[in-house]
Design a protein around this ligand. Structure first.
Ligand SMILES: Cc1cc2nc3c(=O)[nH]c(=O)nc-3n(C[C@H](O)[C@H](O)[C@H](O)COP(=O)(O)OP(=O)(O)OC[C@H]3O[C@@H](n4cnc5c(N)ncnc54)[C@H](O)[C@@H]3O)c2cc1C
Length: 337
């Protein structure tokens, strides 16, 4: 899911039109019970740019199309780096090395660049897994423009519209970090866990080939106050990994990229630009990490009494509280540097 704060970045890069061409519009978000009762209807708001659901491969292809191919060198596993004077030398697993003016470590939640700068800090497991799939559905159990998340005890099921009759779905389940797949396959396990839940949950899972169902565990890490040293900085999950509950991890990486570019262009020294970037991004990304973690905790509550209380409170709470918070996230204007 790319929310307006991310599609605004893509629009500034001239890549949005291509990505949004075949996407449905997303106008509101429903929080539902496992039987389908709507507890809260949250309006996503009117922005200058849409919220869209795209396949990761399509996003990567759009980003790739904007770069000259000679700028990309694949198949090089980063191992370590050394800084001396005005240069940074990076060493790869195949024994080769390269020297550059600066290095941006965008190497994900288990970032080796982060480890090189600040020592080892293993990601923190938050107690649940997420299965995901993409399916075609042509029935009428999904309200046009509505994304939804349905809440049970220690499990949730979300549905997001891609467009042209395709939907992405996700299912979460409290489990240990060493959860292994059922011998009957992921599809069968999900159907068992979500048996009796509202339509079209079973249809979506059924329409997804077993081998295409992804499984990830929910990890994040504590916010990192410093993002770089000298001529090296971090970006995306390497700097601020978060649980997927707000669908904002990739969106934050896109925001990072544009702020970083502005900071490098607008500062005479690379080091000053990199430090300014870190300081501009810290509180924004920490806020998303913390809210995401909280939403995950609440969404994964399992105790029947607590789950009952959550249902009552969610039904009573005015949606505008959430709308206000979401607007703050979505309306982020990239700072000048
Ligand atoms: C279940 C789930 C659902 C999500 N849903 C959303 C969503 O709806 N919207 C959203 O915005 N975000 C979502 N996210 C978060 C999103 O996937 C991440 O925040 C995003 O991928 C981070 O991008 P990144 O480029 O920083 O890191 P990554 O996407 O992890 O990319 C890191 C890259 O670095 C490479 N790499 C790693 N180590 C090395 C090395 N030593 N040398 C060379 N290369 C290396 C990796 O191969 C990889 O290509 C979700 C995450 C999960 C788990």
């Amino acid at each position: 899911m790319l929310w307006p704060n991310a599609t605004r970045v893509l629009s500034k890069m001239g890549l949005l039109a291509r990505l949004a061409a075949h996407c449905d519009s997303n106008t509101h978000f429903l929080v539902r019970t496992s039987s389908g009762k709507v507890l809260m209807k949250i309006a996503l708001g009117d922005f200058d740019v849409p919220a869209i659901c795209v396949r990761r491969a399509d996003l990567l292809a759009a980003l790739l199309s904007a770069l000259p191919s000679e700028q990309i060198l694949l198949g090089h596993e980063f191992r370590h780096l050394e800084q001396s004077g005005e240069r940074v030398r990076i060493h790869f697993a195949d024994g080769t090395s390269k020297e550059h003016d600066a290095v941006i470590g965008a190497d994900g939640i288990r970032s080796r660049v982060r480890q090189t700068l600040f020592g080892k800090s293993d990601p923190i497991y938050r107690g649940y897994l997420i299965w995901r799939g993409v399916a075609r559905y042509e029935g009428n159990a999904i309200e046009p423009g509505a994304n939804s998340e349905s809440w049970g005890a220690g499990k949730r099921f979300g549905i997001l519209a891609i467009g042209e009759g395709k939907f992405t779905w996700y299912a979460t389940l409290n489990t240990l970090a060493d959860h292994s797949d059922s011998p009957d396959g992921r599809k069968s396990e999900i159907q068992k866990e979500f048996a009796g839940w509202h339509a079209p949950i079973s249809n979506l899972v059924d329409a997804t080939p077993d081998e295409e169902i992804l499984k990830h565990l929910a990890y994040d890490n504590i916010p990192l106050r410093r993002w770089g040293v000298g001529r090296v900085t971090l970006l995306g999950d390497a700097a601020h990994p978060c649980t997927p509950n707000l669908g904002q991890g990739g969106c934050m990486a896109l925001e990072d990229a544009l702020v970083l570019a502005k900071c490098i262009v607008n500062h005479n020294s690379i080091q000053a630009g990199l430090r300014r970037y870190g300081s501009l991004r810290y509180s924004r990304t920490r806020h998303i990490q913390q809210r995401s973690l909280l939403m995950g905790h609440i969404g994964q509550w399992k105790n029947p009494l607590v789950v009952g209380g959550r249902r009552v409170v969610t039904n009573l709470l005015p949606a505008r509280i959430f709308e206000h918070n979401l607007r703050r996230v979505y309306s982020y204007e990239l700072p000048g540097s």
